[in-house]
Design a protein. Structure first.
Length: 95
C-alpha cells in the first residue's frame, strides 16, 4: 500500500491518474472498463492454468462480487461461459 505523506506526493499521484485516464480515453476505454477487462483476462488465465480451482473461487479471487456477476461479464467479454473457456483451452493444449 502506498502512503502519501505530503501535498506534493498527492499532486504527483493525481497527475499520474489523470494521465492514465486520458490515455485510456484516447484508446476508447474508460478506467472502469480497463480494470474490468484486466480482471476478466486474469480470470481466463487462471481458469486454464489452475483447472482444479472452481469458477466461483476464480471469480472471487479476481474481484467479482459473485459468481453470477462474473458469469455474465465473462460471457459478454469472451462469448462463452468460463467453464466452456476452460474446457476448450484444455482441449487445445492437449492437441
Amino acid at each position: 500500500m502506498i502512503t502519501l505523506k505530503s501535498p506534493r506526493e498527492i499532486e504527483i499521484m493525481a497527475r499520474a491518474g489523470r494521465i492514465v485516464a486520458g490515455t485510456l480515453a484516447l484508446m476508447g476505454e474508460t478506467v472502469q472498463a480497463f480494470v474490468r477487462r484486466l480482471r476478466l483476462e486474469r480470470a481466463a488465465l487462471r481458469l486454464v492454468h489452475n483447472p482444479a480451482t472452481s469458477v466461483t473461487e476464480v471469480a472471487i479471487d479476481c474481484g467479482f462480487s459473485s459468481s453470477a456477476t462474473f458469469a455474465r461479464a465473462f460471457k459478454e467479454h469472451f462469448g462463452c461461459s468460463a467453464t466452456e473457456w476452460r474446457d476448450d483451452e484444455s482441449k487445445q493444449r492437449k492437441a
